[in-house]
Design a protein around this ligand. Sequence first.
Ligand code: NDP
Length: 451
Amino acid sequence: MAFDFDLFVIGGGSGGVRAARIAAGHGASVALAEEYRMGGTCVIRGCVPKKLMVFASEFPTAVADARAYGWDARIGAFDWPAFRAALDAELSRLEGIYRSNAQNAGVTIFDSRATLADPHTVALADGRQISAKHILIATGGRPFVPEPWAGMGCMTSNEVFRMESLPERLLIVGGGYIASEFACIFNGLGVKVTQFYRGAQILRGFDEEARGHVASQMQADGVDLQLGTDIKALEHDGSGYRVKATTGHDGQFDAVLFATGRVPNTDGLGLQGLGLSLADNGAIPVDAFSQTAIPSIYAVGDVTDRVNLTPVAIREGHAFADTVFGATPRTVDHSLVASAVFTRPELGTIGLSEEAARDRERIHVYCAAFRPMHSLFAGRNDRVMMKLVVSQATDRVLGCHIVGDHAGEMIQLAAVAIGMGATKADFDRTMAVHPTMAEELVTMRAPTRSS
Ligand code: NDP
């Protein structure tokens, strides 16, 4: 049977675009549909604009430091509309690059929503039907707002980059990556930030000591972090939001940002109509090759809810294309994925937390917390944390957790060594680079504790 294309990709984000380009490079005829903007969450309303906002938020501290270092530096007011215009221009530039990279690889782009009509047919919003030998779903995820508060005009990470003006008082709900990163960003930009988190400590799932370190520095920097706290009642009045907390406290805010998790984007795609059953949260179940229970349909990225990070989606898309079109079956190892949380201070992490490692085997923990040279000289009290979790039986480093400036950069390199199976002895053999913060990772001699 002749198909219009060898591959039809639904979704122009990180995973979909990578899969489309690699498949085209393998000689496949490829089409891709994107209903919003090419680039997906990461480029348009996620990692990229977030990181640029992190940079923007760091200048008040940098200027204060500059004074301590002898510069006659003064910080003026932050011009949000000017920053937003520059941000919009940068995102449009990146969107253009995503589009032209795909087109230059020979991918046909449809700027349209696409749904599944049958296992080999996609329906576009204008009614056209397009057939393909394989279909890849890479539709990502979307923010989730708890039911009672949905439709009350509060923001999610989708709207936060598009605000007309910065609020004076912002309430952020949630304690994950997004909530904690935006709490630090807006605090740095001069907004009075309150963060409600329902649990006992933010960043659930990360190493306990690292979480505590991040949270106490955020509080010291001025984020009003209220733990064990959720919204009990929320009312929108003319000027903002009146919020009653479960702790009994009342508060008035100009804006509320829900960062209470994300859900896979599968609503209305037509999957159930094809007999494909989804996970409770809407995720598409796939095997190690990203293939669904319908052999012609594959899925990669956040829509599969495996490890919801851009580089993972890219790897999954690439492995799919190599497997199906490059005659090189490849799977993605989801077991050892480094990541960074761009809070202030940053958290970089790979491998097992101390708690998870201890549940598995006997461990030594090496941990150093110290005031780094750069901020110490500037009179700041910031502390850096470096931690290695080591197997007593094999001496292998099971986890590495870094809290401090540039932790994301440092963990990327530690991830190479740990991915290769480095032992504590390998770290110790490595000559220190002096004076740096990271040298602490190779100079911790005695375990802080063993269990
Ligand atoms: P997370 O799953 O990380 O965090 C969701 C938070 O919302 C948790 O603190 C959760 O609490 C809380 N929550 C969930 N439901 C409710 C509710 N009904 N009421 C109150 N609180 C609730 O999601 P994010 O949205 O922060 O991020 C989504 C994903 O995006 C991340 O998992 C990550 O994979 C990715 N991401 C990665 C970044 C990076 O690499 N730097 C940056 C941003 C996002 P509890 O802990 O109690 O469940």
